[in-house]
Design a protein around this ligand. Structure first.
Ligand SMILES: C[S@@+](CC[C@H](N)C(=O)[O-])C[C@H]1O[C@@H](n2cnc3c(N)ncnc32)[C@H](O)[C@@H]1O
Length: 226
């Protein structure tokens, strides 16, 4: 592994911003996969631990038998955090072959599936998972907002869906669309919100003119029981 600096990470993030189509973004992740864990460490990317910390106190079931669907699993950082909290069974989905290969090497996942979310249906059966998580992938040019309906469908009645998004300037339109959809689904009785946690120091700002840390949000919803 090469020695990387925060300047290298800024260059990577800037190049990612040029990709506004999900297919381009997934190709970008194929090339970033090898340096991803090291680079997000330099970025102080806290989303996986923040999501796990928000989900954990909401979940009152048996963690040893619970099955978690980790959507846009990347290299497996979210499953690693949830394992620390007692969860044991993980299925991962991601569009990037390179990221999935690294997730496979962690040995954390019982199954890993490649899928281009938004273009292809989520490749799992409805109502199968105790928890569905999606961290770091609900933003412009990545996973379209409409996919959250598929996440809800994949969850068992009474199960949990944990989602994150960024609150920095270039993601505000996406965040508003996401929150509108979350509320529409709540109004339709599909689920109810359990915890919505706004975090100021989500990750270091990597693109001008932002400075310091950018904000983010963790949403935990519980699917209706019927
Ligand atoms: C920032 S990484 C987050 C990975 C992991 N969840 C984490 O927090 O470290 C975003 C991941 O989403 C995946 N992704 C982005 N858009 C996607 C799409 N439309 N379909 C499938 N995967 C997608 C990328 O391949 C990448 O692995």
């Amino acid at each position: 592994m090469s020695h990387r600096t925060f300047e290298d990470v800024k260059d990577v993030i800037l190049s990612a911003h040029k990709n506004t189509e999900a297919g381009d973004k997934v190709s970008f992740y194929n090339t970033w996969a090898e340096n991803y864990d090291q680079d997000v460490g330099l970025l102080d990317y806290r989303a996986p631990s923040l999501a796990a910390n928000c989900l954990s106190p909401c979940f009152h079931g048996d963690r040893v038998t619970a099955v978690i669907l980790d959507v846009a699993c990347g290299t497996g950082l979210v499953a690693a955090q949830l394992k620390r909290m007692g969860f044991r069974h993980f299925v991962g989905v991601d569009g990037s072959k390179g990221m999935l290969e690294l997730a496979n090497k962690t040995g954390l996942y019982q199954d890993l599936k490649q899928c281009m979310l938004g273009d292809e249906p989520l490749p799992v059966q409805a109502g199968q998972f105790d928890v569905v998580v999606i961290v770091g992938a609900l933003s412009d040019g990545q996973v379209p907002v409409r996919v959250i309906r598929e996440l809800c469908q994949a969850t068992k009645p009474g199960g949990y869906v944990c989602m994150t998004t960024r609150g920095n300037h270039d993601n505000l339109e996406y965040k508003a669309a996401l929150e509108h959809e979350l509320e529409l689904m709540e109004g339709a009785g599909l689920w109810g919100h359990v915890a919505i946690t706004e975090v100021e120091d989500w990750e270091k700002a990597a693109a001008e003119p932002e400075k310091g840390y950018i904000p983010g949000v963790v949403y935990v919803y519980r699917k209706s029981s019927q």
